[in-house]
Write a protein that binds this ligand. Sequence first.
Ligand code: TYD
Ligand code: MG
Length: 462
Amino acid sequence: MKTKGRSVFVCSQCGFESPKWMGQCGGCGSWNTMTEETVTALSAQAERGRGQGEVRPPSPIGQVASSEQKRLDTGIGELNRVLGGGLVKGSLTLISGEPGIGKSTLILQAAAKLSHRYGKVLYVTGEESEEQVKMRAERIGGLSERLFLLAETQTERILREAESLEPVFVIIDSIQTLYTEQLSSAPGSVSQVRACAGQMMRYAKTSGVPVFLVAHVTKSGELAGPKIIEHLVDTVLHFSGERQHDFRILRSYKNRFGTTSEIGAFEMGQEGLRELSNLSESFLEEASYGTEGAVITAVYEGTRPLLMEIQALVVHSGVGFARRTAVGIDSSRLSMIIAILEKKAGLSLLDKDVYINVTGGMKPEGTSTDLAVAAAIYSAARGIAVSQRKMIVAGELGLTGELRSVRQSQRIAREAERMGFSAILLPAGNGEKLKETPQLKVYCAKNLRQALDICFSGETGR
Ligand code: TYD
Ligand code: MG
């Protein structure tokens, strides 16, 4: 393309392009995210890439050399688990999260451990000075002879340094501060972020060195968001949590080398992030057993069961319409559960505000918390607590009020037993297969009505 200096408007959230400016992105619907960018250099770069390298004929799949992926142990069990069993050589990983959540801390801890174990690690800091990173390293006990800091933002210079240092692991903190001299647009713009991530990808693949890219999730349009490069990288990790709480959850949304259902759990403390291998215990530390509106539920996340408390508050609404507020649960899911409760359990919530909270700042995935949410609302609305203090409630709710099975009920039951629970209520599909033990009584219900009868036996007010 010869159109020198042609400009386009690119959405910083999704990468949608348009020849003219728009207030709302036509791709993802975000407002004020379209920024002007020049495309000349991009196409020049594409031109350069074209026709390079040797041409190889297609090979039959059976003859492609298969190699066992070599993985590095990051020294952080929870991180290894989310990565699918360690850091794969030559892989490019994106770790995103809101500013201040602890991305730099996590990755610095891993960097220090990797350098002790395997060799030189290069930590490129574009946001903080070398002194700042050193101070953090001191705080978390992450000083290591083989950990090298580089305060640099130009990709070409970073790659030159990396080639001469020959590290075993490279970290870019953050990708939004990087720029390449091939483009004239500002660092953080969509084309810069894409081009720099592409260069890091090429470096990772040709050198076999794993690379971590840190990316901030931004609400405003000035900085390109992590979404822009998700398609390019091998693994996408997201670090989240409530800033007020100390819990931090690491999830993978894409992983070419493992499953995406694993989660890693951490606690932010004085000396950095501490791994939480016994998450249920942390979540239930302050659980309010036997209180109205509180129900303990279980979800199966990745390869482990997790117990947590769901709390509901139902109050008379003062204003014209009723509020439904959910923290940790999808709000459309909450509306559905409320509708089913009204229709199938005869609960009238028309003039009531309903609040739901999952304690510990957790956002459980999937639908197995439905029944517990319904039971918590019922308990709060009627003012009666679950009759068995230490009972786990889990199940998916169908629109007809029927209960659907949850995954891995065996493992959930074992976890419940381990945590000292004496009863578990599950959909009939699960419960019938589950063996009862002397410690754990198993209740099954076919539908919401039966489940509520069991939860609040004799006190359902009928
Ligand atoms: P940071 O890793 O800088 O976050 P990010 O890179 O995602 O922006 O961590 C930010 C917060 O973590 C900061 O507000 C202070 C807190 N923190 C601790 O509580 N303990 C620690 O040991 C460290 C290093 C940070
Ligand atoms: Mg940071």
